[in-house]
Structures are given as C-alpha cells and as structure tokens.
Design a protein around this ligand. Structure first.
Ligand code: Q9C
Ligand code: ZN
Length: 348
C-alpha cells in the first residue's frame, strides 16, 4: 500500500497537556508516527512518499477562512504577547460558551484562541501550523492517488484531525485530514464518499463538517460519549440535519467493549456504507481502541487489527486511510500496519 508520509510532523511537539488539574506529558507525541513509519519499512508494505507540493485550495472548502488565518498566525501572536512565551506552548483560557457571541472576532489573541477551540488539552506549538498543513497535503495527495487508480493509500501524519471542525481545534487536532481527503474525492468527481471513523473517540469535527450534507456519509464507532471524550457529541440519535438527514451514523459502544462486539458494530457500519453505494471510502484510522491505550477503554488486541483490515477490504472500495489517535506508543506501529496489511491481503 502506498503511504504519503508527513516528514514535517515532528514540528508539532506539545510538551504538556491539562489533565485533572495538572499539566501532564502529552500523549500525542512525534514518536507515534515514528513507530508507524518504522513498522511500515520493517514489513515492506509498499512505497513511502512525501508530497513535494500540493494544491491547498480544498483546505478552505473544509475550514473557515478566519480560522485558517488564526491558525497560520497563532504562534507569532502568542510570542508577541510575551517573548517568554517562545518557551511555552499556547493554550486557551476563555471560551464563548452559550449566551456569548461568536460572530465578533476579538482583537485579543487569547480571546480568539478560545473562540477557535473547545478544550485545554491541545497545545499549539511553534510548528503546529507547518506540521498540520503538510499533513493536510498528505491527505490531499493520498486522495488524488486513489482517484488516479491506487486501490488504497495511507496518509501517515500527525497531529491527527478528526476532532477539528470547520472553525475549531481540540482533541489534539487542528486540520481535519479525513474531511479534507473526503472533500478532495468529491471535488474530483466521486459522487458519494463514505467516511468511517474507527478511532476510540467520536469524530465530532468530521461529523459537524458534513452534518447537513447528503454527499458524504459519516459513520463512527466509538466509546459512548456519556462517559467518554468528546462527551458532547457522538450519540446514536445524531443522524444528520436538513439535506444531510440520514447521512450521519453513530455507533457508540460502552467502555470495556472487546473485539467481538466491536467487530459486530463494524459489520453493521459497513452494511450501512454499502447501502449508500459510495464511490470511495475514507477511514479515520485511530488505534486507541487497543487494550493497552493509556487514555481509552476498549480491549482490542494487536491481531484484531489484521481482521479489521480484512473486513475493510471486503467493502471493495477505493480507500484512503488517515492516521488519527493511538497512544500506546510502542504498539501503535504494529497495530496500524496490521490494519493496512490485513487490507492489502484482503484486497488481493
Ligand atoms: N488527558 C484523538 O484520539 N483528552 N484525540 C483525553 C487524556 C482528549 C484524543 C484525556 C483526547 C483526545 C485524535
Ligand atoms: Zn482518539
């Protein structure tokens, strides 16, 4: 399988994140992608390329211009607040929750940072924009290569993307790579695109981006938001709105779910996708469903990921894989590559 590797991913390197009242070491670290890359090479799964250049117009079809302007300039504005900030990651402190206005763009940088985010766990660093932008390029080129005839391609990038909405970051995500891949497929002629999100956490950003659209079916398997992050979205009754009614599907599963029940939900998800008759599939490939994940609650084992790849191949669709979560760092490479190898073997 062809991999589009973001060789600038390590420019995003958060030091600490807020967790239960303290700053703890980040879970979303550069080593995650390094382990996946090393395992891809060790198993010789296919060509690994880094896009030299890409057409970025699709990014502004997924994200709001004022959000992109903010993100591009955020680090410089943070350092301009106080030169000592150059040594500290940027975090929001204020959020315009209900009753506040979000139409006004405040001059204050901290105020804008809160306007464009929804949690305190997603540090923004000196290289966040450069890493996220290059990662979006990997998603774009992966989609283009699949359109050009590759059965599948893998965008190996971080920071991840599925929590990022049209105009907000959060959940370690800044640009929604899966949504950007799906939009690229649509723009190039795929009439219908399915996004299947198998990260442990509900892909709230992806859901929100396509919620009122009938051309992109979003299906997500995830920990029940009653108890699991991102808490405020991902319930089974969220089925889309307006023209998009019926084109969003959530399959929440209780914390503690093992592979048998998880796989039954995957079968259900794939049946819904087949009924939609998509021209292509985008898989938000989170590996935080693994039993050893430090911030999640399912109990999948490494071999289970081979079966997942085989099940996905059986859908018979041109497929773009996008790397999302997975924080058991030493195992994330094996688990990710197991999915890709299972797919490659299943696809024949
Ligand atoms: N301190 C993705 O998997 N925080 N994002 C959880 C741990 C947010 C996960 C609490 C988790 C976001 C892409
Ligand atoms: Zn996750």
């Amino acid at each position: 399988m062809l991999t589009l590797y973001n060789d600038r991913h390590a420019l995003h390197h958060g030091q600490r994140e807020m967790f239960r009242g303290e700053m703890v070491p980040c879970f979303e670290i550069p080593a995650r992608a390094d382990f996946v890359l090393a395992e891809l090479k060790r198993r010789g799964l296919g060509a690994i390329e880094t896009p030299a250049a890409f057409d970025d117009a699709v990014i502004a079809r997924v994200h709001a211009p004022r959000y992109l302007d903010f993100l591009r300039g955020a680090w410089d504005e943070w350092v301009a607040l106080d030169p000592a900030n150059a040594q500290r990651d940027a975090f929001p402190s204020y959020w315009p929750i209900r009753t506040f206005r979000s139409d006004v763009l405040p001059a204050s940088f901290p105020a804008r940072m809160g306007l464009f985010s929804y949690d305190a766990g997603s540090p923004l660093t000196s290289g966040t924009w450069a890493a996220a932008y290059a990662g979006a390029g990997c998603a774009i080129v992966a989609a283009q290569r699949v359109l050009a005839g590759e059965r599948a391609a893998f965008a190996l990038t971080r920071p991840p993307g599925h929590h990022a909405g049209a105009d907000f970051f959060g959940g370690y995500c800044f640009l929604n790579n899966a949504a950007i891949a799906a939009q690229t497929l649509r723009d190039a002629g795929a009439a219908r695109v399915a996004v299947l999100d198998i990260d442990y956490h509900h892909g709230n950003g992806t859901q929100a981006i396509f919620y009122e659209r009938a051309d992109v079916l979003v299906t997500s398997l995830h920990g029940d938001p009653h108890t699991e992050y991102p808490y405020y979205l991902g319930y089974a009754d969220e089925q889309g709105a307006g023209a998009g009614k019926g084109f969003n599907r959530n399959l929440p599963l209780p914390r503690g779910t093992g592979f048998e029940a998880w796989r039954a939900a995957l079968t259900d998800a794939l049946a819904g996708i087949a009924a939609f008759r998509p021209d292509a599939l985008v898989v938000s490939l989170g590996l935080d469903t693994f039993a050893g994940d430090p911030i999640a609650g399912f109990t999948l084992q490494s071999d289970d990921y081979l079966r997942i790849g085989e099940d996905l191949a059986r859908a018979g669709l041109p497929t773009v894989f996008v790397f999302e979560g997975g924080y058991a760092v030493a195992e994330v490479g094996v688990n990710a590559v197991n999915v890709l190898e299972g797919f490659a073997e299943g696809a024949g």
